[in-house]
Design a protein around this ligand. Structure first.
Ligand SMILES: *[C@@H]1O[C@H](CO)[C@@H](O)[C@H](O)[C@H]1NC(C)=O
Length: 181
């Protein structure tokens, strides 16, 4: 009886390769109320973590939008920068970025969003629906298991010589762990 049960568990593990391999925590964010309102949140259900957003953009955003993702990896108690770049989403689609980590995260995100990553951004409702990573995610081939801090800031420059206007920023910690598959 026990052997049959153990065999069943093993089979289920072999078949279900898509186990979640990420845990999110410590989310902080700020939205520029002149442009948008809404929520960014972490969900956890049966130990499956996801990251979501539901934001209403009130006015059109065009000109230049500089997104600055800053990704740090915790190694022996110290954070080491893995990514820290400026992306102009009015010029380049982040899912075509030259940076492979940015490109892969952006490509993964497109499975969970209902809008284009490239500017211009028209008024409307922007959803990020339960972003998560499973053991099949190509990101796992690029960055090792462990703890990370992601900080992302978006600045709007309506004209080339305007001062930066912060659109939104968030920071989140996440942990990637080995999935037995
Ligand atoms: C995204 O989905 C929401 C809810 O269905 C909808 O109101 C909104 O118009 C969609 N946004 C875009 C850019 O398609």
């Amino acid at each position: 009886m026990f052997k049959q049960w153990a065999l069943l568990v093993l089979l289920v593990q072999l078949i279900d390769k898509s186990v979640a391999v990420v845990r999110f925590e410590n989310l902080k964010y700020e939205l520029n109320k002149d442009y948008m309102h809404g929520n960014i949140f972490i969900k956890s259900q049966n130990d499956k973590y996801s990251f979501g957003a539901d934001v209403e953009l009130a006015k059109k955003v065009e000109g230049s939008v500089i997104i600055t993702p800053h990704l740090q990896h915790l190694i022996k108690g110290e954070y080491h920068t893995m990514v820290n770049i400026d992306l102009d989403t009015c010029k380049v689609d982040p899912s075509m970025s030259e940076n492979p980590i940015v490109r892969t995260i952006a490509k993964e995100s497109t499975k969970f969003i209902n809008f284009s990553l490239m500017c211009p951004y028209n008024p409307g409702r922007y959803l990020l629906n339960d972003f998560t990573l499973d053991s099949e995610s190509p990101l796992l081939k690029l960055i090792p298991n462990g703890k990370y801090k992601m900080h992302l800031k978006a600045n709007h420059y309506p004209t080339p010589d305007s001062a930066p206007i912060m659109l939104f920023m968030y920071s989140i910690d996440f942990e990637l762990f080995a999935a037995a598959s």
